[in-house]
Design a protein around this ligand. Sequence first.
Ligand code: TXA
Ligand code: MG
Length: 372
Amino acid sequence: MTTTSTVYWRSGAAGAVSAKELQEAADLLRSGGTVAFPTETVYGLGADARSTAAVESVFQAKGRPSDNPLIVHIADERQLEGLAASLTETERGLMKSFWPGPLTLVLPVLPDAVSPRVTAGLDTVAVRMPDHPLALALIREAGCPVAAPSANRSGRPSPTAASHVLEDLAGRIGGVLDGGATGVGLESTVVEAVGERSVRILRPGGVTPEQLRAAGYAVEFDAGAGIEAFGQPVSGSAVSETAASQPTAPRSPGMKYAHYAPRGEMTLVSGSAEAVRAYIQAKADAASALGLRTGILAYEETAASYRADAVLACGSLGKLESAARSLYAVLREFDELGAERIWAEACPSDGIGLALLNRLAKAAGGRQVDAG
Ligand code: TXA
Ligand code: MG
C-alpha cells in the first residue's frame, strides 16, 4: 500500500462544501481515486464501480477480504438501467417507498455493468440511493455508479464522522468530504425481493422490519442476518413467513466476518434489568481487581448505576434512534480510553433495536450472555 496525502474538504460556514470542492472530489472519483463521503447511515469510501483498479484501491485501503462484495450507490433511478436486469414490481415498489434512504436492494446484475471485484463474482449487485445531499451531489457530479463500503479499516467500527475516517484511513485514500455527523448511525438494511410484496433481510439496518411491513411487505430473515438470538425467526425455520426459503449459506457474504469491534474484548449481556446490572457490575469489579481497564456500555437511563474505568451512555433506551446514532462513536471512545474488557447492555429488539443488537453482537464477536 503506497501512502498518499489525503485531501480534506470541509463544509463551509453555510454547512455546504463549495461547488469547486465538490468538483474536485468528483474529478478524483472519475479518475480512479478513492473519496470518502457522508451518507445518512455512515461514511462510505467511494470508487468508480466500473473500474477494477479503483475498486481494488478500496479493498487495499480498508484491508477488506476480497470475497465480500460492495454496495453500489446511485443518485437517480435512471442509473439503474445500466446496472440491473429487469426489475420486478416488488423491487420497484421498494424503491418508491424507501429511496432515497437506508435500504439496499440485491438485484440481478447486467453483464459487465460493474467490475467483478464489486460483486465478488456473484450474479447480483447490491444497490442503494443514499438520502444525503452531499452523497447525491457527489455521485451526480462524478457521473458514475459509486461502489462504497463503510470508510473504516476492516473490522473497526464504521465511521459516523469524518474524523473517524481520517483516524482509520488518512494517507491511504484520495480524499474525504466532511459533511458532519451522519444521521442514522448504522448501515443500510440489505434485502432481496423473494416474491410478490415479500422481502428477505440479509442484513438488518436503518430501515426497520416494522417499516417494511407497514409498507405492505412480508418480511423474513436470512439465516446469515445475525438476528436469530433476538427473538426473530430466520428463513428455513418452521415459522418463516414464506414457504420457499431454505437454510443456506449467508446470502450477504459480509455478515460472516467479525465486525465493528472495539479493541477491548466485549461481551453483550441480556436479561432482566436488575440481573444485567448485577452481572455486569460483578464482572467489571472482578476484572478491575485483576488490574484490567474496564468499560461498560449502558444507556442514559442506566449509566449512573455502574462503576468502571469507562461507563459510556449509548443514547437513550427510550429513544433507540439516539442509541443507533451513538453506537460507533461510543465503541471508538472505549478504544481511546484504553478499555481492555467491555460489557454492553442489550437493548430491546424492536424497531432500529434489531440492527443495534446485531451490531452489538458483532462487536462482541459472539460473546453473548443471558444474565437471567
Ligand atoms: O449504509 C451502508 O450500507 C453503508 C454506506 C456507506 O452506504 N455501506 C456499507 O457497505 O455498509 P459495506 O460494504 O460495509 O456492506 C455491504 C454489505 C455486506 O454485508 C455485503 O456482504 C452485502 O452488503 N452485499 C454486497 N453485495 C451483495 C450481493 N450482491 N449479495 C448479497 N449481499 C451483498
Ligand atoms: Mg462495513
